[in-house]
Design a protein around this ligand. Structure first.
Ligand code: TYM
Length: 334
């Protein structure tokens, strides 16, 4: 069976972008039953920028609760916290020796996150994509559902697998397929249609958080930036209207219908009508997830137990792959 791996950083609350671009897709891939699915909280990635230790632990558990509340089922998927499966970090070291400085320097996310003062960024932030490649390849995963912003990192993952296989003369690591699909691969800010919706945006009004209550969600959608025109009845009518297009894409993804269908149903409507419809849909889909998260968070011991079980299942896959990697590389005692 083809294997799916994906992960999210436990470094802040989840946004609607994380949900529609990734988490909802995880659940869909899990529920097709055609894949073996492995989903991860990447705590080792999170600490590439400073994290308060108490907060990190709390956010890791909260992310686990979000996965489960959204429909990741520990009976169907392997659910893990990255640092509990040490083979991720061990393979990442090997990949640090495979990846080239020049490849890493081209990563736009590193440039964005490091900002102007790149000399002051952690070495881990620079090496981040090599750990990401290790996350995926330690399972020989073939499919990786992510939002559009991870595309470059997944290309690097393919480059690392190719160079490893070539340098050692083996056909060992698979060439992974990114799965960037659906209406919401890039959910934009509600305040600026040219910016990605992000948990790090200074304006809370720019995003919908998975833990926002119904009133907050409705208010943020009501205040979302739009233009004065009615919705078109065809997708090309959204060409120069990024804010309108974003809301239509969000509607389609939440409702599990095509963008064409949204426009067939709402073409000609003013935002004064469409926004309340979108708000109602968003609340109907997100509120049950938020309340299930709260319920799950009340039992931290249960979350920790699930993560310990997930790590045990994961290591049945990762230990033999690391052992074989060490043998290929020539490490005594592998
Ligand atoms: P992270 O934690 O930034 O985001 C988690 C997932 O959410 C997607 N996403 C979005 N999708 C659509 N619209 C948006 N506005 C939006 N914002 C975020 C991201 O594309 C991602 O799929 N490097 C990864 C974590 C990672 C990983 C991995 C992913 C570590 N190892 C291995 C896949 C496989 C990251 O920082 O995601």
């Amino acid at each position: 069976t083809p294997r799916v791996f994906s992960g999210m950083q436990p470094s802040g609350g989840l946004t609607l972008g994380n949900y529609l671009g990734a988490l909802k897709r995880y659940v869909e891939m899990q529920d097709t039953g055609t894949y073996e699915t492995i989903y991860c909280m990447v705590d080792l990635h999170a600490i590439t920028v400073w994290q308060d230790p108490t907060e990190l632990a709390a956010k890791t558990r909260e992310l686990a609760a979000a996965y489960i509340a959204a429909g990741v089922d520990p009976a169907k998927s392997i659910l893990i916290n990255q640092s509990q499966v040490p083979e991720h970090a061990q393979l990442a070291w090997i990949f640090n020796t495979v990846a080239r400085m020049g490849w890493m320097q081209r990563m736009t996310q590193f440039k964005d996150k490091a900002g102007k003062n790149a000399q002051n960024a952690s070495l881990g932030l620079f090496a981040y994509p090599a750990l990401m490649a290790a996350d995926i390849l330690i399972y020989h995963a073939t499919h990786v559902p992510v939002g559009d912003d991870q595309k470059q990192h997944l290309e690097l993952t393919r480059d690392i697998a190719t160079k490893f296989n070539h340098d050692y003369g083996v056909d060992f690591f698979p060439i992974t397929e990114p799965v960037i699909e659906g209406a919401a691969t890039r959910v934009m800010s509600l305040r600026d249609g040219s910016k990605k919706m992000s948990k790090s945006d200074a304006s809370d009004a720019s995003r919908i958080n998975m833990t926002d209550d119904a009133d907050t969600i409705a208010q943020k959608i009501r205040k979302a930036k739009t233009d004065p025109d009615a919705l078109p009845s065809e997708y090309k009518g959204l060409d120069d209207r990024p804010e309108a297009r974003n809301l239509v894409n969000i509607y389609a993804a939440l409702a599990d219908i095509s963008v064409d269908q949204v426009l067939a149903d709402h073409g000609g409507a003013q935002f004064g009508t469409f926004k309340p419809a979108l708000a109602e849909l968003a609340v109907a889909k997100l509120s049950p997830i938020a309340s299930e998260m709260t319920r799950l968070m009340a039992d931290v011991a249960e979350i920790d137990k699930l993560l310990a079980q997930g790590a045990e299942q994961a290591r049945e896959i990762t230990q033999p792959i690391l052992k074989r990697t060490y043998e290929i590389v020539g490490m005594v005692g592998a």
